[in-house]
Design a protein around this ligand. Sequence first.
Ligand SMILES: NC(=O)C1=CN([C@@H]2O[C@H](COP(=O)(O)OP(=O)(O)OC[C@H]3O[C@@H](n4cnc5c(N)ncnc54)[C@H](OP(=O)(O)O)[C@@H]3O)[C@@H](O)[C@H]2O)C=CC1
Ligand SMILES: N[C@@H](CC=O)C(=O)O
Length: 437
Amino acid sequence: MDRIDVALLGLGTVGTGVYKMLQSNQDVIARRTGLLFEVKHILVRDPNKKRKVDGVQHLLTTRFEEIMATGVDVVMEAMGGVEPARTYIERAIRTRCHVVTANKELIAKHGAELEKLAREHGVQLLYEASVGGGIPVLGTLQHFLKANRIMRVSGILNGTTNFILTQMGEHQRPFEEVLAEAQRRGYAEADPTADVEGLDAAHKLAILSRLAFGAVVSVDEIARRGITDISPEELELAHRLGYKIKLLAKAEQFGEEGPVALQVGPTLVPLSHPLAGINGVYNAIHVEADTVQDVTLVGQGAGEQPTASAMVEDLCNLFRLPLPRPLPYRRPLVLPVWEEGGARFAFIETKDRLGSDISHQVKERLKRFGTSAVDVAWLPGAERGALALILRRWDPSLEEKLTEELGLEAERVVFRPLLGMPEPVGEEREEKISSAQ
Ligand SMILES: NC(=O)C1=CN([C@@H]2O[C@H](COP(=O)(O)OP(=O)(O)OC[C@H]3O[C@@H](n4cnc5c(N)ncnc54)[C@H](OP(=O)(O)O)[C@@H]3O)[C@@H](O)[C@H]2O)C=CC1
Ligand SMILES: N[C@@H](CC=O)C(=O)O
């Protein structure tokens, strides 16, 4: 049995899960890999903090250099943030240690250069846990979809927001209360703004587009909206109209080596669509490719155990799977999200109480100014009402004039895209795509 010495950086939610799994599953791992992994050091910020796992006190240190001096074989990074994680990982690679990390922010921003550095030093950098928690999506892309041309990758990539939307929609719980529970359960990032503003999903989408298309995209180039303006009333009205609201991420490539379009935002998903059934902390990733057609992977997207599972599987794969040949990375043209056309969901909070004939009134008025609503739902209210409609065809000028045309005094209006309603590509966009090819 070969012994592999491991240093763990971080003993929070994920680090604790990794440590526990290496103890509890040591026998299975040894049987299937012939390897014995031993955690030699654990780097933490505060060695006096109470830990959720026993028997680790003698392994704790706050000095990374001390760890490197002892010559471990693998560094497993579960600290988060760009610095000092990046410096430590670079240092480990230069010392010819393999690296496994769960750090999506770091990999989204610096993954390509760190992978290059690892190749130059003859070691591996694996980061399965950085996307989709326990779902083996990166391994699937790298090892089992090598012969396919991938056109689109989409899905629910953040466990915290899916948990929040599920709890708000199904149990009418307020946003802040559910976010606090997601934090207690260890789903949320250290700064949960990254989750609720869609940044965490954007990091994951950048990683997916690199592995799926070879496209290196800066996170700032991803069109992004979060879930902080979604209320239980909006979820309720969307449901009455036959939809769930999900934070969807989508990356597509127009032609091999062509431009790409990436976006993250709340999207209406028909109740009959499989993604509408992905609830709680679950994530789903849908890959569309030329030959396999489509594959969907589902699993828990956050939390101690699923994330630890992805990291420990990476640890085993360092020694038992061949390193995939790297895609030639390139910086593609990133297309702006196309605003015009297609259907939209509109949610309007009104200052007025809404009468029982509001649905009929709205449909009639819309017809008069040349657009139409597929369906309308409304909630009466003592103080303010709420109205939701599915607009058949979207035009950005509606953002200004919809409530005026409807004769409503609006507190707030939001528009959201619908999944499955094809976005017309439009001449201008067609031109951009073909001139880039
Ligand atoms: N939570 C999840 O479900 C998932 C998380 N991830 C990623 O995994 C990583 C870790 O997340 P998570 O476990 O939730 O985070 P936590 O905040 O729970 O844990 C972070 C750990 O890192 C240690 N740490 C942080 N900064 C330093 C530093 N500068 N020097 C030494 N130690 C440090 C902390 O030490 P101390 O305990 O002393 O404070 C703590 O033990 C992040 O990159 C996250 O994005 C990926 C997938 C899922
Ligand atoms: N905060 C993230 C953790 C896993 O990546 C999430 O909620 O998905």
